[in-house]
Write a protein that binds this ligand. Structure first.
Ligand code: 5AD
Ligand code: SF4
Length: 582
């Protein structure tokens, strides 16, 4: 009996298919008995490579495994189940995966029941799974990006059959809701709004590894975000390979502007999104970004190249002029908007002049940040078949020249920030200096500043003192707890019950009948004092009656009753909140 069971292997022609429509699944999560028994007292370890889509898959896999009873370890040696979540976007991402797999040989030798699983985008490439199995016979389970919701079933089958499994679905992909999830951070979160990509840029493997572009329902996204707001999250990043396409598949006018606005209205302190394709960036989106103060004024807008011919061969569907017009429009509608980008150098047959056009574009745009990459051919993509006469050395030289130009723009923006104050979401003690905290501004700038470690996960106002190319040094502008108290007061004032209470209070203060009654009460009080001092018992009794009548009329007035009832409800809510916080 063979020890390996190939259930399905990737097929990039199937992955290219865009005919089948996605199915919406709301599975009930069932933990198979074998997995529950195996998980008892055992630990899992996950190592993720690549982008935020993979990070989100890690959180979902961790959710399933914790539900089954596993606990988590960050230590390779302690792992009873290890999952390596791979990236396929460039070759160097793949090389790191081989090194990671090698680290688990010792676990396998020590414990025959140790289970090693490899998943993610790299597995969706034809031939990769077979290559890995031949090279690392101690891999037990290989699965693809579309199999993540089946992780517990795969584990059960492996335990039951004692076979090593390969199950990599290649299809345009489903939308699966009701996914469990253990988030890596408790103050910033990623929320998928679309899956997959239909752009098929000629160099890119993503449309094959992650399937067709498909949008999650508005209500599912809002439910997830609302829960995060209630749990006190400070930042949400809406995720998609190309967020601008959100809602196009519904065909009912729902767009990215719709979901962005709806999420912003939930009141999350900071809302981000990525990635935006320059091709279908609508003015509506810009208006929404400009309108809501909690939407970060920061747009990641990959340009990839500054030459029209290269853009055409990349299949990007815009020209440099289109791109620069969009940059102008963004800066006109959102004047302080930070712009970041992705650029590939050394695309097949890119000439020196074409590369220098990219430098010119970068000098013109002056990005706040950029991810720069040397082109890496990906099997199965159209660009991998293109002739390429650019040598490796030339590609590296171009890369170094590009990085220098990018750095100039980044430094110029950083210098402009010195002396100004920015709101920073604190990530905790800095990696390099434990005495300093670090965090990011809404424009995505890394700031280091001295402060208490307890500020992790909170917003703090920081004045910038010094700028370096990729980070800034600053100082807290006031006691951070005062800032927090002010923020808390501001958000309490936004609570519906608080709003109602203050509206009732205003009515009571401004109502002419009640103004008159308050005056009567005061006059009667004054008369009572006057008559008491003069020993005038009859006058005193009359003033006292006037006082009591006015008081009763005041207390029984419907507006005063409304105020008392709104005050009572607000008090109850505050007590509940305080109990929850204690
Ligand atoms: N080679 C180099 N860079 C690539 N990217 C995508 N595919 C490749 C490739 N084959 C870059 C693009 C994209 C980012 C996520 O990765 O710049 O925007
Ligand atoms: Fe890849 Fe282009 Fe899709 Fe981005 S838009 S994921 S670069 S195919």
């Amino acid at each position: 009996m063979p020890k390996k069971l190939f259930k399905s292997l990737p097929d990039m022609s199937k992955a290219r298919n865009r005919v089948d429509m996605p199915t919406l699944r709301r599975d009930e999560i069932v933990v198979p008995q074998e997995v529950e028994a195996f998980a008892k007292g055992r630990k899992f370890f996950i190592k993720t490579f690549g982008c935020q889509a993979n990070v989100r898959d890690e959180e979902i896999m961790a959710g399933y495994l914790e539900l089954a009873g596993f606990s988590r370890t960050q230590d390779h040696g302690q792992a009873d189940l290890a999952i390596i979540n791979t990236c396929a976007v460039r070759e160097n991402a793949e090389e790191k995966v081989y090194g990671e797999i090698g680290k688990f040989k010792a676990n396998h030798l020590r414990d025959k029941r140790f289970t090693l699983a490899v998943c993610g985008c790299m597995m969706q490439e034809e031939g990769k799974a077979k290559e890995l199995i031949a090279r690392y016979p101690y891999i037990n389970i290989i699965f693809g990006t579309h199999n993540v919701p089946e992780i517990l079933d795969l584990l059960a089958e492996h335990i039951r059959s004692k076979k090593d499994l390969v199950d990599i679905l290649s299809f345009p992909g489903d939308i699966v809701e009701n996914l469990p999830s253990t988030r890596l951070d408790d103050y910033k979160a990623f929320v998928n709004i679309t899956y997959g990509c239909d752009k098929f840029c000629t160099y890119c493997i993503v449309p094959y590894t992650r399937g067709r572009e498909r949008s999650r329902a508005v209500s599912d996204i809002l439910d997830e975000c609302r829960k995060l707001v209630e749990e006190g999250y400070q930042e949400i990043t809406l995720l998609g390979q190309n967020v601008n396409s959100y809602g196009k598949d519904f065909g009912d006018g729902t767009s990215f502007a719709t979901i962005l606005e709806e999420v912003a209205k939930l009141g999350i302190p900071r809302l981000r999104f990525m990635t935006s394709h320059p091709w279908d960036f609508s003015e509506d989106m810009l208006q929404v970004i400009a309108k809501y103060p909690n939407i970060a004024k920061c747009i990641h807008l990959p340009v990839q190249s500054g030459n029209d011919e290269v853009l055409r061969r990349m299949g990007r569907r815009y020209s440099c002029k289109d791109y620069l017009d969009l940059v102008d429009k963004i800066r006109r509608i959102i004047p302080d908007c930070a712009l970041t980008t992705d650029i590939i150098v050394g695309f097949p047959d890119e000439t020196l002049e074409q590369f220098e056009d990219t430098l010119t574009l970068c000098e013109e745009v002056q990005y706040d940040g950029a991810f720069t990459f040397i082109y890496s051919p990906r099997n199965g993509t159209p660009a991998a078949k293109m002739a390429d006469n650019v040598t490796d050395q030339e590609k590296h030289e171009r890369f170094d020249r590009l990085v220098k130009v990018i750095e100039q723009g980044v430094s110029a923006h950083a210098k402009e920030m010195v002396g100004k104050t920015y709101r920073v979401l604190v990530d905790g003690p800095s990696k390099k200096d434990a005495g300093m905290l670090s965090g990011y501004t809404e424009s995505g700038k890394l700031v280091h500043f001295p402060g208490p470690a307890q500020l992790k996960g909170h917003m703090a106002d920081v004045r910038i003192l010094e700028s370096h190319t990729f980070s800034l040094i600053g100082e807290l502008v006031e006691d951070p707890w005062i800032t927090l108290a002010r923020d808390l007061r501001a958000s309490l004032l936004e609570e519906p019950l608080a709003k109602e209470y203050f509206a009732c209070k205003r009515q009571v203060e401004e109502d002419p009948g009640l103004i008159e009654l308050r005056k009567k009460i005061q006059d009667a009080q004054r008369d009572m004092v006057r008559f008491a001092e003069a020993g005038n018992d009859v006058g005193y009794a009359k003033a006292k009656k006037a006082y009591k009548d006015a008081q009763d009329a005041y207390q029984n007035h419907p507006l005063v009753q409304n105020l008392l009832s709104a005050g009572g409800e607000l008090r109850n809510e505050l007590m509940t909140l305080m109990e929850a916080l204690s």
